[in-house]
Design a protein around this ligand. Structure first.
Ligand SMILES: [Zn+2]
Length: 171
């Protein structure tokens, strides 16, 4: 379980409009609302280590998402432990979905997707967009306690509603 590989969709809350420099790439203007970043981790440490990295703030910035994450608040991640990389499929679904606006070029320099980052005002139905009959999703809520992460881990199948998506991030 601990180092299982997987695909994830990181959900971040953006409180206000702000300008964020994304490394040497470009500046972006954030919109109040939510951001969804899709990725996968099939190397050492698996998806747990990768998500823990996204949750932490004290780290050196390496990927596009690191620069953005420093200005936003994680709510949690939807995780699939399916043995294949799903992030490009997920990116394609979000690209086509109503209510999700892509940031072209973000996080996808190694693939043919238009973007791996999407902005949305409600985030409603996200897990229904990502999950399907073959893909069970689990929600890991954000915690800044690395030793507790990702426990407790409430299980939520793709068929359930998105209630958990908007839960507060902690005590
Ligand atoms: Zn891609």
């Amino acid at each position: 379980m601990g180092a299982d590989p997987g695909t994830y969709a990181l959900v971040l809350e953006c409180p206000k409009r702000q300008t964020v420099q994304i490394g040497r790439w470009r500046e972006i203007e954030t919109e109040p609302g939510y951001y969804v970043y899709v990725g996968s981790a099939f190397g050492p440490g698996g998806v747990r280590a990768r998500v823990a990295r996204h949750f932490r703030t004290a780290k050196s910035n390496h990927w596009h998402i690191d620069y953005l994450r420093a200005h936003l608040t994680p709510l949690g991640v939807w995780v699939s432990h399916a043995p294949v990389r799903l992030e490009h499929r997920w990116a394609g679904r979000l690209e086509a979905a109503e209510g999700f606006i892509s940031l072209p070029g973000f996080g996808c320099s190694d693939c043919r997707c238009n973007a791996h980052l999407f902005q949305t005002h409600t985030g409603q139905g996200l897990e229904r967009l990502l999950g399907d009959d073959q893909t069970e999703l689990v929600w890991w809520p954000f915690t800044d306690e690395p030793f507790l992460f990702p426990s407790p881990v409430p299980s939520c199948s793709a068929a359930q509603t998105s209630q958990q998506f908007l839960l507060p991030t902690g005590p």
